[in-house]
Design a protein around this ligand. Structure first.
Ligand code: IVH
Length: 702
């Protein structure tokens, strides 16, 4: 290796050492973040590590390591999946549906093993996860291959995709880890992640998935591992394939070893004795089914002793020593009586199936989502059809499709309304500028003249992260809106005064009384004092979530400055509009949405009235653009004596600087206190300016 220093100021040898350190360090943080859910550094610090790794790799391409973090996420698309022949076939399980089937399963085992009546046979019980099974091959602790089940003999090579899944260890360092081990288990997606993914997909006009299982399978079988990496996949280990030496002589013992080695294992697995015990555990798991947060479709029983498993062997394609006790189907068929269109806060029209009530997995279902216009067309779902309805855990029930044979002769294709059912305004599908494709969602163009949007906006206005008015939930808003008590946000703040003058007092309304009315007025009063960012978020401007609201609040500082600027920004040739798009974190989509909102005279009037007459809006400290450190990337290291780390960070950010967690070529300034170590050293090596805490105060002026 050459000793010449390179662009980064490092020799080959130093760079190799640092890349090795970065690979380990990033893997350690991945582990803390993905598996322990307990990151030890901030996202920014983590990004800085990755950036540093990327930079060094670009400079020293020969030093890119096989275990480089850059190969784990965002790697280039693979060729089509290769085929993998399983060293040990991946079999399926026989099914049990009724309690008798379970008794029969246990009886069969006892007979086969010729067990006496008083000889117990321990059997494990665990949830049957509804995802897709995977074989993970480890050699000398390293994940070398991941394959789907395929036909049981041959599966698809999805190694690179599995490497991006946080739940799956890429390297196991335990001393007792076998030299060759194939861990088998299920890849799945949680209900919450599934709903969020579908929401994102729908917003982007992309495919929405029918259920978490499809979403998991679709996400894993991506040719581009970067897409898999962006999908929140999870894993439970429950079986094994080829193995050099097992760590225990029972099913439970081996699974516990998997747990010790860092594989996620299901916490509901237990060892049972006898049929009654198995059934009790089955019902216990079934009871938790709706609250687990992921789909399961039964309970799997396995003979615990591995020597007995071996004696029992296999019948055709499934083991004699295991069985899946399935839950009652969560699918049912019923008649689609109508399609209702709901209008959301931003005007999105969502089709909801009105169903002849039917019991699905023990719950009566009379509504189900139909996702959007394209989904109805794709599935050709018509009113009057017999449809298949699925309920999965706490996911909103959905219509999977129709039964062609049962279609009434007069059923006609469904025509999605072109006019908003709530206000009659045109409902349109915007074209995504980037993709050129029509948005999956049709939206009402009526804005605040649309009663549906008005009431949804009111609900948003008082919601927890906005005005957070206690005692004023969705139901109260709906009721007050319908009775004409509250039509627009400012009415909330005049409610008490109007109540004084009114003959029909709030306390006399059904469900209300003296105390609850008084409490509500007090809760409203308490919120007259509001921070600018909450205020902006509460307005419910499209694309302006909490983070964007905070960015805007910081940029403009006071309500007056914000409103004046927004009034001027209606014209997109204006300086004010330019300024808006110049804010770091505000792109054209947000700027247009904000400008459009304020271009509506009614909106501007409401916001002005709120600000001038009803509220005391607290200013937000603005980010300086003219400070001596504006635009700089600053790293604080060592002990700080005049401020805490958080204070230092907040101060630097207020002064327009970015604060990073580690030193890189991009760092402009390092503020080092006593005890500063590697970061100081790196800064000196890279030639980055280093100053003391006192210097910092002198530089920023106090
Ligand atoms: S054991 C030889 N345990 O069910 C049997 N399978 O119908 C190995 N599955 O292909 C499988 N949860 O995809 C086992 N806790 C669990 C399971 C489970 C889900 C799936 C697996 C398998 C299918 C068999």
């Amino acid at each position: 290796m050459s000793n010449e220093k390179n662009k980064s100021g490092l020799t080959q040898q130093e760079a190799a050492a640092e890349l090795e350190w970065l690979a380990e360090e990033i893997a350690r943080h991945d582990e803390a973040y993905y598996r322990e859910d307990a990151p030890v550094i901030s996202d920014a610090e983590y990004d800085a590590l990755r950036q540093r790794n990327e930079m060094l790799e670009a400079e020293f391409p020969d030093l890119v390591r096989a275990d480089s973090p850059s190969k784990r996420v965002g790697a280039a698309p693979s060729e089509k999946f290769g085929k993998v022949r399983h060293a040990v076939p991946m079999l399926s399980l026989g099914n049990a549906f009724a309690d008798e089937d379970v008794a029969e399963f246990v009886g069969r085992i006892r007979r086969f093993l010729k067990l006496g009546d008083d000889e117990p046979v321990a059997i494990t019980a665990e949830p049957k996860i509804d995802g897709l099974s995977i074989n993970l091959r480890y050699e000398n602790g390293k994940l070398v291959q991941a394959a789907t089940r395929g036909d049981g003999q041959e599966g698809e090579n999805v190694t690179r995709n599995c490497e991006t899944i946080g739940d799956i260890p890429r390297m196991v360092k335990a001393e007792d880890f076998p030299a060759v081990l194939e861990v088998r288990g299920e890849i799945f997606m949680s209900h919450k992640d599934f709903a969020e993914l579908n929401e994102r997909q729908s917003q982007a006009g992309a495919k929405v998935f029918a259920n978490p299982r499809n979403a998991a399978a679709g996400s894993l079988r991506q040719l581009d591992p970067a897409i898999t990496a962006s999908r929140p996949l999870r894993f439970f280990a429950y079986a094994w394939g080829q193995v050099e030496r097992l760590p225990a002589d029972t099913q439970m013992g081996v699974i516990e070893a998997f747990g010790r080695w860092g594989f996620p294992i299901n916490p509901l697995m237990t060892v049972c004795n006898g049929v009654d015990d198995l059934l009790a555990h089955y019902h216990a798991i079934e009871e938790q089914r709706a609250t687990l947060g992921y789909d399961i479709d039964g309970v799997v029983y396995k003979v615990n002793r591995l020597d007995l498993q071996e004696r029992l062997g296999f019948v055709s394609r499934s083991p004699r020593w295991a069985i899946a006790h399935k839950f009652a189907a969560e699918k049912a068929t019923t008649i689609l009586e109508g399609i209702d269109i709901q209008v959301g806060r931003t005007g999105a029209l969502t089709p909801v199936a009105r169903l002849k009530p039917v019991t699905v997995g023990g719950v009566v279902v009379s509504n189900a989502t139909l996702h959007n216009e394209d989904e109805i067309a794709r599935k050709d779902i018509r009113i009057g059809d017999t449809v298949i309805v699925q309920r999965a855990g706490d996911v909103i029930p959905q219509v999977l499709g129709h039964v062609p044979d049962k279609r009434p002769a007069d059923a006609v294709p469904y025509e999605f309304p072109r006019l908003c059912p709530a206000c009659g305004s045109h409902a349109v599908r915007e074209v995504n500028e980037k993709t050129g494709k029509a948005d999956a969602v049709r939206r009402c163009t009526g804005g605040l003249i649309c009663p549906a949007q008005r009431v949804e906006r009111l609900k948003h206005f008082v919601s927890r992260n906005a005005f957070d008015i206690e005692g004023m939930g969705d139901k109260v808003i709906q009721e007050f809106y319908e009775d004409g008590l509250i039509q627009s946000p400012q009415d909330i703040f005049t409610l008490a005064a109007r109540n004084e003058r009114s003959l029909k007092k709030l306390k006399d309304r059904e469900g209300w009384g003296e105390t609850s009315a008084k409490n509500l007025f007090a809760a409203i009063d308490e919120r007259r004092n509001v921070s600018l960012d909450r205020f902006i978020f509460a307005l419910g401007i499209r694309h302006v979530g909490e983070t964007t609201a905070r960015v805007l609040a910081r940029a403009y500082g006071t309500a007056e400055a914000f409103l004046d600027a927004m009034q001027a920004a209606q014209d997109d040739a204006s300086e004010a509009y330019q300024e808006l798009t110049n804010i770091d974190g505000i792109g054209n989509v947000v700027a247009d949405a904000v400008a459009e909102f304020f271009a509506e005279p009614h909106n501007l009037a409401v916001v002005r009235e709120l600000a001038d007459q009803h509220l005391d809006i607290q200013p937000m400290e603005a980010v300086a653009t003219d400070s001596p450190v504006a635009g700089m990337t600053v790293v604080f290291t060592g002990a700080l004596e005049r401020m805490t780390r958080d204070e230092a960070k907040a101060m630097a950010e207020r002064l327009g600087a970015k604060v990073a967690g580690s030193v890189s070529k991009k760092t402009d300034l390092v503020v080092a206190g006593p005890g500063a170590g590697s970061k100081l050293k790196k800064a000196t090596e890279l030639g980055v300016e280093v100053i003391s805490e006192d210097d910092w105060f002198t530089r920023v002026g106090g």
